[in-house]
Design a protein around this ligand. Structure first.
Ligand code: GLA
Length: 700
């Protein structure tokens, strides 16, 4: 007998099926199937044939492939009993609960000691499938590996795309051809990591941002993940995601994976990106004030570093407000005796040398300017040179002789007394001061990855949120070292990168949009000469790159010339005028025919307007700009398209593309097939275009 289940939304169908009581396998995941499809029949239809050199039956590539049933690829579960003896379960079905867009399958081990549960949900609005596995045991077991429910990868795909990165260079896509064997990615840093963003895209052959089909995965966990993409000798392919191996060092009776988010797009990689962007914004993030616009930030880090002086900070705050900032974030340097990065992490007490009357005078000044006030913390860390470490050296995670990172050690967040101490310190500061924002940093790699550390950090964040639900939190880890849907279930913004170099940022933002909407993606206008690359970039470019996401400033405003301040103020005014609809827009990556141009289109929820950001990241090979094709417009509709920053034309643009002199009115078809012809521009510049769909004649 075949059991079968289906989950559908308008874009996709996921079919699971099983022979008798065996573990279910995903037998179809792709474009929506007709309602009349005989889904039980898909099991037999998809059975692969046998020939020489194989067993006499095909071991199922199930949601948790079982070594005990002769599955010869990577199993979904690796376990031993408390004495260290391998435990190889064979599961049988004990229950299936089907709901509206949900399915829970429960299994028990034939030996009776274990139960395995897989939960699936499909979100019909966002098109994201959420899948999570858990394991319970009657007696303590040692878990070596538990995969979230396994989804197969298409055999029609030629490549897979996962992500590498580094400090100041996050989200570097790595395209690997499929081949027999395993591609494994593992973050053993204790963070989701700059180096290993937990995401995967498997594009169909020929798929681009705007066309073709694609499947995508994201593992929503901040403690480091392991991904296994395996092609078996028989050609089948499986994708496994779970916590990094060895991160459950203690024997236990209950284990659970993080939620795995997955989506299929029938219309380009953008379909996956939009699904993740919307799901994160509308389902994962908790917004303290859902209807409030995202405020323009000012962060003082690159202006003053550790050198805090009240009068100077007030002056900077006044200048930032005049430029348009609406939230002032006091970064590192306000606590303990933190004059550099060698000291005081853990001592979350205002430094009376720098702030003899506490933070109130600064906060009142900031409030007087109409801005909110945010404060930097790095709660999970301690410097050996700190009162906390001197009092509680035993609170440190890992061995005493470990290699430090940025002169600091990690606190053991699994310990209740550590979390209580941090809660008390942070809660006292939040209670005594009008603080509505925290920048929550995590600047070093763990000595060893441990899931309990991540659970501890989550617990502290959850407790603080319970007590201070109106305080927003930004997740930072030397820039983008802790970006994932797990941390974003507890925070509202990510510091995407420590690079404020707009050229680097343009690329990082473009790639990060595969998963992140604009509203959570912090982007600041940096100093004229970037502190992390040494590159000098024009204020126009810096301002427009920041305006692509959640905008802010991070330079010393005293370095701005009058002209620069004017440019920045007007770009900020533009951003404020548009942030309402842009907060709900989809970021669509454009297929630029010119590799020197990195371009995107943010399309309003109702399709009635859009903005295109076309960044000239390098000098083009050809003399004149290639037409830029737009996407997801209505072919029949007419659009009025105008250059927002026509004033940025240079003298080397000598011709007459229509856009140089005024708006153009073009059909969606033309814009999507021929593309927009842009004026010539310098490398390190950005064209910003606004589009409006015109009412059809005769309609009002
Ligand atoms: C990290 C962050 C920076 C800044 C410093 C402060 O490097 O990424 O933005 O907050 O810490 O020490």
């Amino acid at each position: 007998m075949i059991h079968s289940w289906r989950l559908d939304d308008a874009h996709q169908t996921l079919v699971l099926a099983a022979q008798g009581a065996r573990l279910a396998a995903v037998v179809y995941w792709g474009p929506r199937l007709p309602d009349s499809e005989d889904i039980a029949g898909l099991h037999a239809a998809g059975l692969i044939d046998l020939t020489g050199g194989m067993l006499d039956d095909i071991p199922a590539l199930s949601i948790c492939p079982e070594a005990g049933r002769s599955f010869q690829g990577q199993p979904g579960l690796v376990l031993s009993d408390d004495a260290g003896r391998p435990w190889v379960p064979e599961f049988h079905l004990v229950g299936a609960e089907e709901g509206e867009g949900s399915l829970v399958l429960s299994y028990a081990d034939d030996n009776g000691a274990l139960s395995y549960r897989a939960r699936f949900g499909i979100d019909r609005e966002t098109h994201v499938i959420t899948a999570q596995a858990s394991l319970e045991s009657a007696r303590p077991m040692r878990l070596h590996w538990l995969a979230a429910p396994v989804l197969p990868a298409s055999q029609h795909a030629a490549d897979m795309i996962d992500f590498a990165g580094r400090w100041c260079g996050e989200f570097q896509p790595v395209r690997t051809p499929w081949a027999p064997g395993i591609r494994m990615r593992e973050s053993r840093t204790g963070r989701s990591g700059h180096e290993h963003f937990p995401g995967l895209i498997v594009p169909g052959q020929g798929a681009t941002n705007t066309q073709g089909e694609a499947h995508a995965w994201h593992y929503g966990w901040s403690g480091g993940h392991r991904m296994v993409a395996e092609e078996l000798p028989d050609g089948r392919r499986q994708i496994q995601f779970g916590h990094a191996s060895g991160t459950e060092p203690e024997a236990g009776t209950r284990f659970e994976t993080a939620p795995l988010y997955a989506t299929f797009s029938p219309d380009g990689i953008n379909g996956c990106a939009v699904a993740f962007q919307r799901h994160l914004r509308d389902r994962i993030v908790t917004w303290p004030k859902p209807d409030a616009p995202r405020p323009v930030h000012y962060n003082c880090w690159e202006a003053v570093y550790f050198d805090h002086d009240l009068a100077e900070l007030k002056d900077i705050a006044s200048r930032a407000a005049a430029l348009g900032a609406e939230r002032f974030v006091l970064d590192d340097g306000w606590f303990g005796r933190r004059d550099d990065d060698t000291t005081s992490l853990g001592d979350w007490v205002i430094d009376a040398r720098k702030y003899p009357d506490g933070l109130t005078p600064l906060i009142e000044h900031v409030h007087g300017l109409g801005m909110g006030f945010g404060l930097w913390f790095e709660p999970e860390m301690v410097n050996p040179d700190s009162d906390l470490y001197r009092a509680r050296p035993d609170w440190v995670l890992g061995p005493a002789d470990q290699i430090p990172g940025r002169n600091q050690m990690v606190l053991d967040m699994s310990r209740r007394e550590v979390r209580d101490y941090l809660y008390d310190r942070i809660a006292a500061l939040l209670s005594d001061n009008a603080i509505d924002y925290i920048k929550w940093d995590h600047n070093r790699l763990l000595p060893t990855p441990d899931a309990e550390q991540t659970r501890g950090a989550y617990a502290l964040l959850d407790r603080l949120h319970g007590a201070f639900p109106m305080v927003e939190i930004e997740s930072c880890a030397s820039g983008g070292g802790r970006i994932d849907f797990g941390i974003l279930g507890r925070t509202q913004r990510v510091w995407l990168s420590d690079s404020n170099d707009a050229l680097e940022r343009l690329r990082i933002q473009h790639e990060a949009a595969l998963f992140l909407p604009a509203v959570v993606t912090g982007s600041h206008v940096g100093p004229r000469r970037s502190h992390t690359s040494g590159r000098v970039l024009d204020i126009r470019f810096r301002a427009w790159v920041a305006a692509q996401r959640h905008m802010g400033f991070e330079m010393d405003p005293r370095e701005l010339s009058e002209e620069e301040a004017g440019v920045l103020t007007s770009a900020t005014t533009w951003w404020k005028a548009n942030r309402g609809w842009m907060a709900r827009a989809d970021i669509l990556r454009l297929d630029s025919a010119d590799p020197a141009v990195i371009a995107e289109q943010q399309l309003a929820e109702d399709g009635a307007r859009f903005v295109v950001f076309a960044g000239q990241a390098a000098t083009s090979a050809q003399i004149s700009p290639r037409p830029l094709r737009l996407t997801r417009l209505s072919a029949e509709a007419m659009y009025r398209v105008d250059l927002v920053n026509r004033a940025d034309l240079t003298g080397l643009s000598r011709g007459n593309p229509a856009l140089k002199s005024g708006p153009v009115t073009l059909s969606g078809q033309y814009l999507m097939r021929h593309g927009l012809t842009l004026p010539w521009s310098f490398p390190g510049s950005m064209w910003v275009l606004e589009g409006t769909r015109l009412q059809e004649e005769g309609t009002s």
